[in-house]
Design a protein around this ligand. Structure first.
Ligand code: GRF
Length: 208
């Protein structure tokens, strides 16, 4: 059984999708044992507590240096024997030190079809604003492993979502979450826990 830590900063709807998948036995061989928030007021913490999942809050601002923050995070992950880290709306950038320690063991969900609308500066509502500004007809979500390049790691799953002409960024964000993110993230975690994802030459291979 793999121990999963989910890192959050906000509402936690993707965390909820993972919890629901776990409850419905759609994630075998894996268990969410820890939720770490970068913000004290994140509603995601309430969602975790409701399910009796252990929570921790780690504020980057409480640490003088990146090294001190990294040490605290690595210790926390080691103390709980974490095998897989899932970034579900986590707004703090992980250092290369953390990424190297968990190579191909950190999964992120990004609200666009990578390599479009991704990279530094593309996060949260901003992604959907840029999608609407450009006038693309399709957007979507991508679940990928995290490497040292922002949104540049091996892609695990992607799903397209239609953009409607009258969409506001909020409406589009909601559709991308409902139709893509909440489906893809638990699916990718389940595949990982089942040992069905391998990485060859920077690309994933999935045994379905
Ligand atoms: C999601 O859109 C995710 O793709 C992005 O941040 C948002 C988090 O939403 N990285 P939630 O906290 O899971 O509701």
């Amino acid at each position: 059984m793999l121990n999963i830590a989910v890192l959050v900063s906000g509402n936690g709807s993707n965390l909820q999708a993972l919890i629901d998948a776990q409850k419905h036995s759609r994630i075998l061989n894996g268990k969410i044992v820890l939720v770490i928030s970068s913000k004290t007021e994140a509603y995601a913490l309430e969602r975790a507590k409701k399910e009796n999942i252990l929570t921790e809050t780690l504020l980057r601002g409480s640490f003088q240096t990146q090294e001190e923050y990294d040490d605290a995070l690595l210790r926390l992950l080691a103390d709980h024997g974490i095998d897989l880290i899932v970034l579900a709306g986590f707004m703090t950038i992980l250092s290369n030190n953390i990424i190297r320690n968990y190579e191909n063991r950190i999964i992120n969900v990004h609200p666009s079809l990578i390599p479009a609308f991704c990279g530094s500066g593309y996060y949260g509502r901003r992604v959907h604003q840029e999608v609407l500004k450009r006038g693309v007809k399709l957007t979507g979500a991508t679940v990928h492993f995290v490497n040292e390049i922002t949104d540049g790691g091996p892609i695990i799953l992607q799903k397209a979502v239609d953009v409607m002409e009258e969409d506001t960024p909020e409406e589009l964000q909601k559709r991308v979450m409902q139709h893509a993110e909440w489906e893809l993230l638990p699916k990718a975690v389940a595949l990982y826990c089942a040992g069905k994802i391998s990485v060859v030459n920077g690309k994933t291979r999935i045994k379905e």
